[in-house]
Every structure is written in structure tokens, then in C-alpha cells.
Design a protein around this ligand. Structure first.
Ligand code: SAM
Length: 309
């Protein structure tokens, strides 16, 4: 597939490159903000599962604005993968389901809780819907656990969810901590995707709740707990499509030349991923080294020191 045909397929992918965003996801956060006014009065924010960093870019641009104004702004971004630096963003490379990563994040906010926590975390999708939904839910609960440590009362938490058959349990869990939970579907998120975003407003944990990293928020017997919610225990949260209706439709194809007066120009990605997990596989494949016996006994870091530096 040529570069231009890939460009043509996805309007938000193209717009992201034109506007200098590291990923098309930037538009999802911007469109959620249009609806919920997320950034009003926010000075401290956490971006969980942040790489390659387009949500952090949005936070940096929206909260810091000009350099002078941005001095008291604190943004902490966390991801398993390395991320190129961004102005005013402190980066932590780690797994959000690990206590050590959570502790490192909490350290940055001691005494000064965050106003906003966002999480666009997604596992590597397996294609097995139940498994993908389960892992996504676990990631969200890990993010919620960290959030209970760092978010100020009244603060906002936004997290990606998969609207699968068991999503109501997640809503119920979120409702324990937030007075308002809304399911938002930005226009830049494809209709064909079960992805949506839980926008949780007004953090108000139950009285006497003490955040605890060993809290078994993650320990639900999925099948038993999730499917037995009935009647008033099934929580239906409002669903809100967001983003201006005149915005581009993520499921449509658009011509390459959007503006008839300007000739289409290919733009490379703003920030290609740093050492992505597929890099090693591509290298092996390109060099015809996949499944060669003599390599199976050599540790990969010894066989390809360049890739492991
Ligand atoms: N919001 C990002 C942006 O705008 O650039 C895109 C996030 S991408 C859809 C999902 C990210 O979740 C990936 O970078 C992945 O490494 C990260 N992720 C998945 N599981 C994680 C975990 N357990 N801990 C930290 N990051 C994780």
C-alpha cells in the first residue's frame, strides 16, 4: 500500500500529520474537551498510557499555552514504551499495573494532587473480543487505582473503555468514585470500533476510603461478578456523541486534495515510535532470519546488539 493511499484512508491520520500531532488520537481528546470543558482550571494532569504522546501534546498545549503561563503546570506522562520529550511533560517509562510505577507517579504529586487524569491505554489487541475486553477493563481499573491516589476531590478522570457486554460493571465501579459518569464517543473514533471514553466527573470517593495499592480492585471473578448484575444494579450511563457535527467522519474516505486550492502534499509522521515492539520482528523478516535454527539458541540481544542498545 502506497503512502498516499494510506493517507487517503483516514482523514484524522492525515490531519494529525498536517497539524503536527503525534497520533490521530489527539482529536479524540480535543473533541471530548469540546463537550466537557476538561481543561478549565487544570494545572496538574497525568497522562496514563501516553505514547507516542499526542494526548500529552494536547495537555501541554492546552495547559501551558505560552511558556510564561505554563510555569506552574505539571504534566506527568507514563507508558510502557519510550516517548520523545515534550515541553513541560515529565515522563515515566513503566507499566501502570505495577505498584512501582504507581508509586513513582504518586511521588510526583505528593501534597499537590492532580486536577485531571487521562488514560488512553489499550492492550495489544488479540482479536478475541472477550480477552481484549477483559484486558482493557483491567487496564482501566489499574488506572482508576492510581487515580484514587493522585486525583483531587472534584477532579476529572477520562479513560478509554471498550463498550462490550460487561461494561456496566465498569460503570458501577467508576460510579463508586465519581458523581457523574458519561460514555463519550468522539467523532474521530470510528463507529465500527467498540472504543469509547468514560468521562468521570467530580471525584468523590466513599467516606473513609483509603487509597491502597494492594486494594484488590483488580481481583474480580470476571464471569461471576460481571454477568450477574441485574435490575437496579445494572448501571446505565448517559451516552454522548461528541465533536462538532461538521467535523470529519472517521469512517469515511476523503479525496486527497481536501482544499481544491492547495495541492496535496505527503507529510511524514510527526514523531515515529521509538523502538516499537515490532521493530525486531521487521528486522528479522527483512533479513530472512525468522525461524532459522542457528539463531534460536543465540539470545536476541547478542545476535542483534544494535537493536538492543
Ligand atoms: N494517547 C496516546 C497518544 O495520544 O499518543 C496513544 C495511546 S496508545 C492507543 C495505547 C498505549 O497504551 C500504548 O502506547 C501502550 O504502550 C500503552 N500501554 C498498554 N498497556 C500499558 C501498561 N500496562 N502500562 C503502561 N502503558 C501501557
Amino acid at each position: 500500500m502506497g503512502r498516499s493511499s494510506k493517507d487517503k484512508r483516514d482523514i484524522y491520520y492525515r490531519l494529525a500529520k498536517e497539524e503536527g500531532w503525534r497520533a490521530r488520537s489527539a482529536f479524540k481528546l480535543l473533541q471530548i474537551d469540546e463537550e466537557f470543558n476538561l481543561f478549565k482550571g487544570v494545572r496538574r494532569a497525568v497522562d496514563l498510557c501516553a505514547a507516542p504522546g499526542s494526548w500529552s501534546q494536547v495537555l501541554s498545549r492546552k495547559l501551558r499555552g505560552t511558556e510564561e503561563k505554563g510555569e506552574d503546570v505539571k504534566i506527568v506522562a507514563v507508558d510502557l514504551q519510550a516517548m520523545a520529550p515534550l515541553p513541560g511533560v515529565t515522563q515515566i517509562q513503566g507499566d501502570i499495573t505495577k505498584i512501582t510505577t504507581a508509586q513513582e507517579i504518586i511521588k510526583h504529586f505528593e501534597g499537590q494532587p492532580a486536577d485531571l487524569v487521562v488514560c488512553d491505554g489499550a492492550p495489544d489487541v488479540t482479536g478475541l473480543h472477550d480477552v481484549d475486553e477483559y484486558i482493557q477493563a483491567q487496564l482501566l481499573l489499574a488506572a482508576l487505582n492510581i487515580t484514587t491516589h493522585v486525583l483531587k476531590p472534584g477532579g476529572t478522570f477520562v479513560a478509554k473503555i471498550f463498550r462490550g457486554k460487561d461494561v456496566t460493571l465498569l460503570y458501577s465501579q467508576l460510579k463508586v468514585f465519581f458523581t457523574t459518569v458519561t460514555c463519550a464517543k468522539p467523532r474521530s473514533s470510528r463507529n465500527s470500533s467498540i472504543e469509547a471514553f468514560a468521562v468521570c466527573e467530580n471525584y468523590s470517593p466513599p467516606e473513609g476510603y483509603v487509597p491502597n495499592m494492594s486494594n484488590p480492585l483488580l481481583d474480580h471473578k470476571y464471569d461471576e461478578d460481571f454477568n450477574q448484575l441485574e435490575g437496579p444494579n445494572r448501571l446505565i450511563v448517559p451516552f454522548l456523541a461528541c465533536g462538532d457535527l461538521s467535523a470529519y467522519d472517521a469512517d469515511r474516505n476523503y479525496p486527497l486534495q481536501l482544499d481544491p486550492s492547495k495541492e496535496y502534499q505527503y507529510r511524514p509522521p510527526t514523531q515515529p515510535p521509538i523502538r516499537p515492539p515490532y521493530q525486531e520482528a521487521c528486522y528479522l523478516r527483512k533479513n530472512n532470519l525468522l525461524a532459522k535454527k542457528n539463531f534460536s539458541t543465540v539470545p536476541l540481544d547478542k545476535a542483534f546488539p544494535d537493536l538492543h542498545r
